[in-house]
Ligand binder design. Structure first.
Ligand code: MD6
Ligand code: FE
Length: 200
């Protein structure tokens, strides 16, 4: 396993998961999910996104980038919930707060291809992820796309941290075990990833 990878199963107890989902659903009212697209081809992404925080990760035909404004509403992104800022303080070992929380919303047939999170300039900060709702088959590889991979199931409340060398490791989501949880309306899954984007 790549150095710096941490898996904290059931980090959030069920009551805390429920409260956080309610908070996120409320924020989505004014900070809606939208469907991004692949750079160059414009092919729609399988996963819908939105962001919370000062900066949000956006993918469209022009490329990947961080921006302070929601692409559909033209408004600033909503706030990162307090419990997620606390999660970052507790597990990141990074002395500055996160600037972005990417919200990935998975339906039964959503996938996320193998990728590296490489659009941040604060390369020394980890990416901290929290899964909510249905279970997912998460694949973690190495520094090359062709590196060997291993797969694990991520359940609601689980936290994954890509720090150290694993910060540059390929990873993705091969499938969702739809309806394996009733936490999210529709039986889907939310993955939240907290990021430090710019070096302070
Ligand atoms: C997901 N996660 O679990 C996708 N990235 O839906 C990620 O892409 C990810 O879990 C960076 C760090 C942790 C992650
Ligand atoms: Fe990622």
């Amino acid at each position: 396993m790549t150095e710096g990878f941490r898996f904290l199963p059931e980090y959030f107890p069920p009551a805390a998961q429920k409260a956080l989902v309610a908070e996120i659903l409320a924020i989505l009212e004014t900070n809606p999910l939208y469907r991004g697209a692949m750079p160059r081809t414009g092919k729609p992404l399988s996963v819908r996104n939105t962001n919370l925080g000062a900066l949000g990760w956006v993918s469209d035909i022009k490329g990947y980038r961080y921006q302070p404004i929601h692409p559909d509403t033209g408004q600033p992104w909503g706030p990162i919930p307090r419990v997620l800022l606390d999660l970052w303080s507790d597990v990141s070992a990074y002395p500055h707060p996160p600037q972005a929380c990417l919200v990935n919303w998975y339906e039964a047939d959503s996938r996320l291809g193998l990728h590296i999170d490489a659009d941040e300039t604060a390369k020394d900060a980890p990416v901290v992820s929290l899964s909510l709702g249905s279970r997912a088959l998460f694949r973690l590889g190495g520094l090359e796309r062709s590196s060997p991979t291993s797969s694990m199931r991520l359940a609601s409340g689980d936290v994954v941290i890509l720090g150290g060398a694993s910060r540059r490791a390929y990873h993705g989501v091969d499938r969702i075990y739809a309806q394996s949880s009733t936490l999210i309306p529709g039986g889907g899954r939310i993955n939240l990833t907290l990021r430090r984007v710019t070096a302070p």
